[in-house]
Design a protein around this ligand. Structure first.
Ligand code: HAM
Length: 438
C-alpha cells in the first residue's frame, strides 16, 4: 500500500519550530493591541462571488489559483452554490464589515486576523498552497478619517515596529501609489499604447498581458524584459492632483516618523482592489519569493461588493516567510525549557525505581504549577543519557537520587555556565527562575 503524505504545497508544522510560530503570533497580537486593533475571525470559505468581485476576475489569484467547488444544493429547485477556500482575507473582512454594519458606529474599525489562506500556486521555498497570513485592516466611513494619509503612515510605522520587535533585521519597505481607479484606468491605456510597438520583443506572458492586463507587465521578472519595462511610462505621472498630494503626505509622515522606505514605480500589486498607496516589505534572505508582506489602500472595495463607501488600508504578512527569515537569522535559537529532572534509580530494584520516579513526578508537578517549564526523565536512564537528553532541551538539569531525596539538597547543573550548585529543595523554584547569568 502506498503511504499517504501531506498534499503537495501543504506541510506539517512540528515542534520546536511551532514555538517560533507561537512567538511570532504572540508578538503580533501584543503590538496590534498597543495600536488598538481587535481580532476578527472570518470563515475559511466564502461565496466565490466575493473574490471574483473583490479581488478581481482578471487577477492570477481568481483566474488560476483558487480552490473552488460547487456545494450540493439543499433542494432540487435550488442552484448549487459556488464556494471557495479563501485565497486572502481582506475581501472577507470587508464582507463582514458590511454584513455587521460596522460602519454605522461612525468610527474607524481596526481589525486584525491570523489564519490559513489557500492558493494553487507552484510550490517553492516560501510559497505554499496552504499558507498563513497575519494581517490587519483599518476601515471606516470617510467622516471617520479613513481616507487620511495619516492612516497609511501609521499602518506602515506599526509594521516597522512589529518587524523590529520580531527581531527581523534587514527588511526593506518599498512603496508606490497606483492612484484612484480612474488614474489606474488612464495609466492602463497609456501602458497598452506604449507596449504595442515593443511587446513582440518580450516574453510570452508579457505579450499576453500587454493585451489583457498591461499593469501586470510591471511584475515580469524575465531579465531580458527589464530594460523595456524600465523605459515604460510611470504610474506616478498619471496620478491626479489629489492622489499626488495624498502620496506626498504619506511619505512626509513616514519621514517624520523616521521609517525608511524606497519608492518603487513598478509596485502595482496583483489584486485589483488597490487604490493610491501600495507597499511591500521585502527581505534579502528569502530568495525569489522575497515579499515578507504586502498591502495597500482599497477605497472602493466595500462598494465593489455592495457595501457603503468605506475606504480602507491594510496589509497581510506571510507568516511562513517570517518564520523562514527568522530561522535564517542567528537570533532564532529554539527556546530551552527551564529544567530537566533526572530521577536516579536502580534498574534492578523495581520498587526503588518506581519510588524515585514518583518523587520526580511530585517535584515536576510542584515546579510546573509554579510556572516553570520542566521535562521529567526516567529513573531507569543512565546518568550520561540523562545529561545528554537534558542538554538538548533544558537550561538546567536537576539530579534527584536517593541521597538528594533524603537530605533535601539537590544538585543542579546549569549547562550554559557549566556550574554545579547544591540547592535546598525549598529554594529550587527560585533558583531555577533566576536568569542563568545572575
Ligand atoms: P498578497 O501580496 O497577495 O496580499 O499576500 C500578502 C503576503 O502573503 C505576501 O507578501 C506573502 O508574504 C504571503 N503569501 C502570499 N501568497 C503566498 C504563498 N502562496 N505562500 C506563502 N506566502 C504567501 C494580500 O493577500 C492582501 N490581502 C494584503 C492586504 C491586506 N492588502 C490590503 N489589506
Amino acid at each position: 500500500m502506498t503511504t499517504l503524505k501531506a498534499v503537495r504545497g501543504t506541510r506539517d508544522l512540528l515542534p520546536p519550530e511551532t514555538a517560533l510560530w507561537n512567538r511570532i503570533e504572540a508578538t503580533a497580537r501584543a503590538v496590534f493591541a498597543r495600536y488598538n486593533f481587535g481580532e476578527i475571525r472570518t470563515p475559511v470559505f466564502e461565496d466565490t462571488g466575493l473574490f471574483a468581485r473583490g479581488v478581481g476576475e482578471e487577477t492570477d489569484i481568481v483566474s488560476k489559483e483558487m480552490y473552488t467547488w460547487e456545494d450540493r444544493a439543499r433542494a432540487q429547485s435550488e442552484k448549487p452554490q459556488s464556494l471557495t477556500l479563501r485565497p486572502e482575507n481582506t475581501a472577507g473582512v470587508v464582507r463582514a464589515y458590511i454584513e455587521h454594519k460596522l460602519g454605522e458606529t461612525g468610527q474607524l474599525k481596526k481589525l486584525y486576523y491570523i489564519g490559513p489562506q489557500f492558493r494553487r500556486e507552484r510550490p517553492q521555498k516560501g510559497r505554499y498552497r496552504q499558507f498563513s497570513q497575519i494581517g490587519a485592516e483599518v476601515i471606516g466611513p470617510p467622516s471617520a478619517g479613513s481616507e487620511s494619509p495619516l492612516r497609511d503612515a501609521e499602518v506602515l510605522e506599526m509594521l516597522a515596529t512589529l518587524l523590529d520587535e520580531l527581531g527581523i533585521t534587514g527588511w526593506k519597505l518599498e512603496i508606490n501609489s497606483v492612484g484612484s481607479s480612474a488614474d489606474r484606468a488612464r495609466y492602463n491605456e497609456i501602458l497598452r499604447a506604449a507596449l504595442e510597438p515593443v511587446a513582440s520583443q518580450m516574453c510570452g506572458d508579457c505579450q499576453r498581458r500587454a493585451v489583457t492586463n498591461p499593469l501586470r507587465v510591471l511584475d515580469c521578472k524575465v531579465p531580458e524584459d527589464q530594460p523595456i519595462i524600465d523605459a515604460l511610462p510611470k504610474i506616478v505621472d498619471s496620478l491626479d492632483e489629489e492622489s499626488k498630494r495624498h502620496f506626498a503626505e504619506v511619505l512626509a509622515a513616514l519621514d517624520a516618523a523616521r521609517v525608511p522606505y524606497t519608492r518603487n514605480h513598478r509596485l502595482v500589486r496583483g489584486l485589483d482592489y488597490y487604490t493610491r498607496t501600495t507597499f511591500e516589505f521585502t527581505h534579502g534572505g528569502l530568495g525569489a519569493q522575497n515579499a515578507l508582506l504586502g498591502g495597500g489602500r482599497y477605497d472602493g472595495l466595500s462598494e465593489a461588493i455592495g457595501g457603503p463607501k468605506a475606504p480602507g488600508i491594510g496589509f497581510a504578512m506571510g507568516e511562513d516567510r517570517l518564520v523562514l527569515t527568522l530561522l535564517g537569522l542567528e537570533t532564532a535559537q529554539p527556546e530551552k525549557i527551564d529544567a530537566y529532572i533526572a530521577p536516579l534509580g536502580d534498574a534492578k530494584d523495581e520498587a526503588a525505581l518506581s519510588r524515585m520516579n514518583a518523587a520526580g513526578l511530585a517535584m515536576a508537578r510542584e515546579l510546573r504549577r509554579g510556572g516553570l517549564s520542566v521535562e521529567l526523565g526516567d529513573g531507569s536512564f543512565r546518568l550520561k543519557k540523562s545529561f545528554e537528553t537534558a542538554d538538548k532541551v533544558a537550561r538546567c538539569i536537576v539530579i534527584l537520587g536517593q541521597d538528594e531525596l533524603q537530605s533535601g539538597i539537590l544538585t543542579v547543573k546549569d549547562f550554559a555556565s557549566g556550574t554545579q550548585t547544591k540547592v535546598p529543595r525549598a529554594e529550587l523554584a527560585a533558583h531555577l527562575r533566576k536568569p542563568a547569568d545572575a
